[in-house]
Design a protein around this ligand. Structure first.
Ligand SMILES: NC(=O)c1ccc[n+]([C@@H]2O[C@H](COP(=O)([O-])OP(=O)(O)OC[C@H]3O[C@@H](n4cnc5c(N)ncnc54)[C@H](O)[C@@H]3O)[C@@H](O)[C@H]2O)c1
Length: 357
């Protein structure tokens, strides 16, 4: 992948976010020419500034994806060959506080990116990032497959399911693989991943950031909600590896890869919130937690993902167990808060280890 991405012109939306910063760093390390489109980072600290990514990419646009004219202009100026669309309002609880902003960013924002790809031309492959929460959750012990019905109880899940449907409409109407090479030259895929963990996330209302802030910054108990909720946890590099594989394989014309993909962890990654916190505390050898049950905002209790399609057709398989993923995550934060090493160095060493460089 390193050889393939070297010199490619990549546009990443959401490059100032947690996953986007890791993806930007990987692609910069591999010699790609990266352009980023996002809002400025909204947490302090944040991974984007920690890794000094603004100075490492070709162009940094702080532009709202809801502004179609500006987005189209960026595509026309930058002429990307590959697009990774990650920009979103991604927090379930924030979506209850501001459903309209969530719907407009996640649905209209995604439509704007797809329309800009269509109008500007020149993009050979695009990976649109949604989530495992797009599936109509039956709260059953059942791993969702790509062909299962979409839905969404909370505004975030509904907005992402809608973004997924918008993407499917663009694929069928404008980027249909059966017309590839005749009516258009673009292949588009949707990637649905589970809850990601990893160093450098400081978002509000997420478990690992809540843990590290409580343990390293405030030296207080970790407060957890929904202790019994089961989630598919995976290291951030796992789905990013999947997105990068899709981006590469569609670029070289694999029309059969257009469509939806699940990137979930192995069986061991499926644990309750309280188990994850207990494991984290035992790895860190510090911290205690308290449960604050909060039933005021509905969140799914059980969510499983079937990633066998990616295993069979992309040869994508989770590489790190849950324990390894937690060890990588907490060792990152320990080094960050220890303040002795350059964060770019320990981030790069995890990237090199994951991709076998
Ligand atoms: N973190 C997870 O566990 C997880 C799980 C499944 C899917 N996802 C999806 O992965 C993607 C990235 O998530 P993340 O965890 O890195 O989130 P994040 O909150 O760290 O980053 C979000 C990014 O989107 C940008 N953004 C938000 N609104 C925007 C707007 N109106 N215009 C332009 N940019 C805007 C932000 O500036 C930021 O760069 C999202 O699409 C999210 O839904 C995340």
């Amino acid at each position: 992948m390193k050889e393939f991405y070297c010199g490619k012109k990549i546009l990443i939306t959401g490059h100032t976010g947690f996953k986007g910063s890791w993806l930007t760093r990987i692609l910069v390390n591999w010699g790609a020419t990266v352009v980023g489109v996002s809002l400025p980072p909204d947490t302090a600290p944040n991974l984007f500034e920690t890794l000094e990514l603004a100075g490492k990419i070709k162009k940094n646009y702080f532009t709202d994806i809801r502004d179609f004219n500006k987005i189209k202009n960026i595509f026309e100026i930058e002429k990307p060959e590959i697009v990774f669309h990650l920009a979103a309002q991604p927090i379930v609880r924030d979506s209850y506080d501001d459903p309209l902003a969530t719907f407009s960013t996640n649905i209209i924002g995604t439509a704007n990116i797809l329309q800009a790809i269509k109008e500007a031309g020149g993009v050979k492959s695009a990976v649109i990032i949604t989530t495992d929460k797009v599936y109509e959750n039956k709260e059953q012990d059942y791993p969702y497959k790509e062909t299962d019905a979409l839905g969404g109880y909370d505004p975030y899940s509904a907005s992402k399911a809608a973004a997924d449907i918008v993407t499917s409409s663009y694929i069928r109407s404008f980027f249909n693989p059966s017309d590839f090479g005749q009516k258009h030259d673009t292949l588009v895929a949707v990637a649905r991943a589970g809850n990601v963990i990893g160093g450098g996330d400081w978002a509000r209302d997420r478990l690992i950031p809540d843990m590290v802030r409580a343990i390293f910054e405030r030296k207080e108990s970790v407060i957890i909600r929904n202790p019994k909720a089961v989630r598919p946890w995976q290291h951030v590099l796992e789905p990013l590896g999947g997105y990068l594989l899709l981006g590469k394989k569609m670029f070289v014309g694999h029309g059969d890869l257009s469509g939806a993909w699940n990137f979930g962890p192995g069986e061991d990654g499926l644990v309750r919130v309280e188990e994850l916190v207990e494991k984290g505390i035992s790895i860190l050898q510090q911290g205690v937690f308290e449960v604050a049950e909060d039933a005021s905002k509905h969140e799914a209790n059980l969510l499983k993902l079937d990633a066998s399609k990616a295993g069979i057709l992309l040869d994508w398989h989770p590489k790190w167990s849950l324990t390894q993923s937690l060890e990588k995550t907490f060792s990152w934060y320990e080094k960050f808060y220890g303040g002795k090493e350059d964060p770019s160095k320990f981030t790069d060493s995890q990237i090199a280890e994951y991709f076998g460089e």
